[in-house]
Design a protein around this ligand. Structure first.
Ligand code: NAP
Ligand code: ZN
Length: 351
């Protein structure tokens, strides 16, 4: 066992504060990782504050982890000490159901093990995440990083924000000739814009923050629509193949459904704590439109996404923060005041 220095929430209403706990010693197929940076996802906030239902406390969030291999178990073949690696939203799954066999571990029939606020497969011990100085992970759930080491902090958000947008873009075959919308320019949204543009799609960004227009174009959007402006929205009726909605709060989906063309799909990836109002049926049946959902991506697809981003020079636009600033960062995230992902420098976890 080794002592981890971390930040944890002790209840839904207390700010995150310093916390120490014991990590398991690496087993034969485990990789021990010194965490260098960890991205701050809106899911961290939803969980720490029990917005998705009661979390287990103490809760150490963080699932956009990058770092360096510190030690490997005797049967580890993919990694060696010193390698730069990443860990995303999952650290294990049952390994024998059909989704696991198909490389879709996030949809494991027996419940994947999330990086935090989840249960280990055998021991059922609560998992503690990346707002900590090291972590021990089953090698199958560790990703190789081929970006330049200097970009490491900006690679961290790819492990959740990157894969969560990459996966539906691949599933619905975003590419040249397709008109793709991204709703919300936050952590997920800005990765969605960059990745969809790199795939060759015509990207339109929907925002509630008119001040983000210039950034959206710089990131790869060809058009920007202020979603609260009805006349700007009306121009795009019946024209989208695919819209990825990343918004973290409950809102009316109908205005976005109306923008889909025949057989178009609105994919929900944003996961608000309270449901969206039910969409109108006529918006769907009159053009055989679909509303779908998507959750992160499998391990093989996450590696594919990291390699795709390295090949296309894609990283996240980040603001690096010290660990003690995490509570301030959460408040700014709630005000959509993030450009476009906070990343914690884990060297600061011990103050
Ligand atoms: P974020 O950085 O806070 O971005 C959310 C964006 O939503 C904001 O930047 C803002 O963009 C827009 N927004 C905020 N308030 C709004 C409102 N009242 N009406 C309309 N738009 C609003 O959050 P994130 O880290 O990208 O996460 C987004 C959501 O995805 C969260 O619910 C998170 O839990 C979820 N998530 C899901 C998965 C998955 O696997 N499906 C994975 C990771 C995260 P504008 O300023 O441009 O409007
Ligand atoms: Zn996340």
């Amino acid at each position: 066992m080794t002592t981890a220095h971390a930040y944890a929430a002790q209840s839904a209403t207390t700010p995150l504060a310093p916390f120490t706990f014991e990590r398991r010693a690496p087993a034969a197929r485990d990789v021990a990782i010194d965490i260098l940076y960890c991205g701050v996802c809106h899911s961290d906030l939803h969980t720490a504050r029990s917005e998705w239902g009661p979390a287990a406390y103490p809760c150490v969030p963080g699932h956009e982890i990058v770092g360096r291999v510190h030690a490997v178990g005797s049967e580890v073949s993919k990694f060696k000490v010193g390698d730069l690696v990443g860990v995303g939203c999952m650290v294990d799954s049952c390994q024998h159901c059909q989704p696991c066999k198909d490389g879709l571990e996030q949809y494991c029939d027996n419940g994947m093990t999330g990086t935090y606020d989840s249960q280990e497969q055998v021991s059922r011990v609560n998992t503690l995440g990346g707002y900590s100085d090291h972590i021990v992970v089953f090698e199958k759930f560790v990703l190789k990083i081929s970006h330049d080491e200097k970009q490491l902090a900006a690679v961290a958000p790819l492990l959740c924000a990157g894969i969560t947008t990459y996966s539906p873009l691949r599933q619905w075959k975003a590419g040249p000739g397709m008109k793709v919308g991204v709703v919300g320019l936050g952590g997920l949204g800005h990765m969605g814009v960059k990745i969809a543009a790199a795939m060759g799609a015509h990207v339109v960004l929907f925002t509630t923050s008119p001040g983000k227009s210039e950034d959206a174009r710089r990131l790869g959007a060809k058009e920007v629509v202020v979603s609260r402006n009805e006349s700007e929205m009306a121009v795009h009726r019946n024209s989208f193949d695919l819209i990825i909605n990343t918004v973290a709060v409950s809102h009316n989906l109908d205005p976005f459904v109306q923008l889909l063309k025949l057989d178009g799909t609105l994919v929900l990836v944003g996961a608000p704590g309270t449901p969206h109002p039910s969409p109108g049926v006529f918006g769907l049946i009159t053009k055989r439109r679909r509303i779908a959902g998507s959750m992160i991506g499998g391990i093989a697809e996450t590696q594919e996404m990291l390699d795709f981003c390295a090949a296309h020079g894609i990283v996240s636009d980040i603001e690096t923060i010290a660990m003690p600033k995490i509570n301030e960062a959460y408040e700014r995230m709630l005000k959509s005041d993030v450009k476009y992902r906070f990343v914690i420098d884990m060297a600061t976890v011990q103050g």
